[in-house]
Design a protein around this ligand. Structure first.
Ligand code: GNR
Ligand code: NI
Length: 173
């Protein structure tokens, strides 16, 4: 297994719309395992393929503390939504920044699992929020797109500063 490199805002590759998956081969199984390893190592509760520069409609999530509730969702589609909730979100592609965004409280989701078997489930709570955040990634959208341009500008500067800092510490050993 391999820990994959996570793209960071404002990388334009995060804006690519992912394509549907129609082949459930060994390469896909390896990608899924690598994505779980990358997500758990980060650590994060979700990861979209887009974030690791794979532009296919695939996401993984696990909101449990014990890492024992893994979900793989391929070609996910929200078929129903209900209610609204404020969600304080972070993103592995926007390190060091959190903010509130509006999400649906409950969603019905139709998706294929890693073997290509179709499922339809109603989700709520953090899992529903996380899946909405990941589907946005597959559509080239980030949670900061719901915020003001002024806030996004601040986040660009924050990330630039973080990059400078990590470059300096690397060269200093
Ligand atoms: O680890 C993550 N935590 C999180 C918290 C609130 C709402 C969404 C998320 S997803 C995020 C991991 C990530 O960036 N997935 O794309
Ligand atoms: Ni994210």
């Amino acid at each position: 297994m391999t820990i994959l490199k996570i793209l960071e805002f404002p990388d334009p590759k995060l804006r690519i719309t992912a394509s549907p998956i129609d082949t459930f081969n060994d390469e896909l199984q390896e990608t899924i395992d690598d994505m779980f390893e990358t997500m758990y190592a980060a650590p994060g509760i979700g990861l979209a393929a887009t974030q690791v520069d794979i532009h296919k409609r695939l996401l993984v999530t696990d909101i449990s503390a014990e890492k024992n509730q893994p979900y793989v969702m391929i070609n996910p589609e929200v078929t129903k939504n209900e209610g609204n909730i404020n969600s304080n979100e972070g993103c592995l592609s926007i390190p060091g920044y959190q903010d509130d965004v509006a999400r649906y409280e409950t969603i019905s989701i139709k998706y294929l699992d890693r073997h290509g078997v179709s499922h339809e489930e109603e989700l709520n709570g953090l899992l529903a929020i996380c899946v909405q955040h990941e589907i946005d990634h597959l559509n080239g959208k980030l949670f900061i797109d719901y915020l003001s341009e002024a806030k996004r500008q601040k986040i660009r500067k924050l990330i630039q500063k973080q990059e400078k800092y990590s470059t300096n510490t690397e060269s200093a050993g």
